[in-house]
Design a protein around this ligand. Structure first.
Ligand SMILES: Cc1ncc(COP(=O)(O)O)c(C=O)c1O
Length: 368
């Protein structure tokens, strides 16, 4: 079905920057620059500069950034890693694939880790914590870092949804030991397929990640240091991402403007919780604009009937996917969020007209 307000619009997105993207792709093809070439190194340097870290290592997914971060932190079977249940499954799968136990804690009103629960979840087996910066907002990293330092835990930031967001002036992915980014096509910086990156200030972690992604090989010496993975960011992807990175500040401003328009249109609705977090410590980039209501199923259907495409992140708690064999940690906030949230259309192509239709439709629903 063609929506009059699409959730995202990849065709228009491409059309708007077509000349530069085509040049980047064709340049790689014409020069034969397909694997581990200058375009990748340039993108990594520009990404590190943007995030504010010494290193950025281009990978084929955000999942691999998480997994390699855990590997570099020495996480092994028997260890525990604390993270939130309200996240994309990859955060948790990366822990499981290390043979470690994910210890899931609840989130607060901004959908990020309830940091007051962190200390109580620590045991002698706890080795690391993965705060997830969901929807374009950084978790309260002040508190996370204080607790982590007290207990000597590694901090792996899952910043897959928050490139460009800041906490206390520090960019997501620059505060913990590593930052993990995803360039899945519908992320704020989206590739033309899967991609990701790990950011860090630690040269040892950067070296480990660089080797792991290339089957364990040191590219200078040809020595294999690990049984590694084929997990390099493709050179063509890097060339395209480098073009798009130049647009990122503009796209962030656009999303923040769209968020203001939603806020103005929806702020007085009694049965609706909207994200208006007016704390100057946070600079949000609105990967998702998430609203919350007890009537979410009916509202979502009403919006669909009105030609407005929405998504739900996520329809049930991760432990309810029985084949994943995760224990039910009994997290009430995570459970009700799954029943109540809707992500509204939000992208670089979302227009004030789109917001107007969406706001009108939501208001009509609640009048009825
Ligand atoms: C919060 C979060 N963590 C991790 C990931 C994994 O990233 P990727 O899909 O690039 O592996 C995603 C991507 O959807 C995500 O949203």
């Amino acid at each position: 079905m063609a929506y009059r307000v699409p959730f995202v619009d990849p065709r228009t997105h491409y059309k708007n920057i077509k000349t530069e993207v085509d040049q980047a792709i064709l340049g790689c093809l014409a020069q034969g620059d397909l694997v581990y070439r200058q375009q990748l190194h340039d993108f990594e340097q520009h990404l590190a500069d943007f995030v504010g870290t010494k290193y950025a290592i281009g990978l084929n997914s955000g999942y691999h950034a998480l997994y390699f971060s855990l590997f570099a932190a020495g996480i092994k079977p028997g260890d525990e890693v604390i993270t939130v249940a309200h996240t994309f499954v990859a955060t948790i799968s990366a822990i499981v694939h290390c043979g470690a136990t994910p210890v899931l804690i609840d989130v607060g009103p901004d959908y990020n880790m309830d940091v007051d629960l962190l200390e109580a979840a620590i045991t002698p087996q706890t080795k690391a914590v993965i705060p997830v910066h969901l929807n374009g907002r950084v978790c309260d990293m002040g508190q996370v870092m204080t607790v982590a330092e007290k207990y000597n835990l590694k901090v792996i930031e899952d910043a897959a949804q928050s490139l460009g967001a800041t906490f206390d002036g520090l960019k997501a992915g620059s505060i913990g030991h590593t930052g993990c980014f995803s360039f899945y096509p519908f992320k704020i910086l989206g590739g033309i397929g899967d991609g990701g990156a790990l950011t860090t200030n630690d040269p040892e972690i950067a070296t480990i990640a660089s080797r792991l992604r290339y089957n364990g090989e040191d590219r200078e010496t040809g020595e294999y240091h690990f049984h590694g993975y084929t997990a390099l960011l493709d050179n063509v992807q890097a060339a395209v991402l480098d073009v798009k990175l130049g647009y990122l500040p503009k796209w962030i401003e656009h999303r923040r403007h769209i968020a203001v328009l939603y806020h103005e249109g929806l702020r007085d609705m009694a049965d609706l919780v909207i994200p208006h977090f007016n704390d100057p410590v946070y600079f949000d980039i609105y990967q998702n604009y998430v609203i919350r209501t007890k009537y979410s199923i009916d509202l979502r259907q009403h919006l669909k009937d009105d030609g407005i495409e929405t998504l739900v992140h996520w329809i049930k708690p991760v432990w309810d996917h029985k084949d994943l064999q995760l224990e039910n940690p009994g997290l009430s906030e995570t459970e009700s969020i799954c029943r109540e949230v809707i992500s509204l259309p939000m992208s670089a192509e979302t227009t004030p007209e789109h917001v107007k239709h969406t706001v009108q439709s939501i208001r009509q629903f609640f009048i009825k």
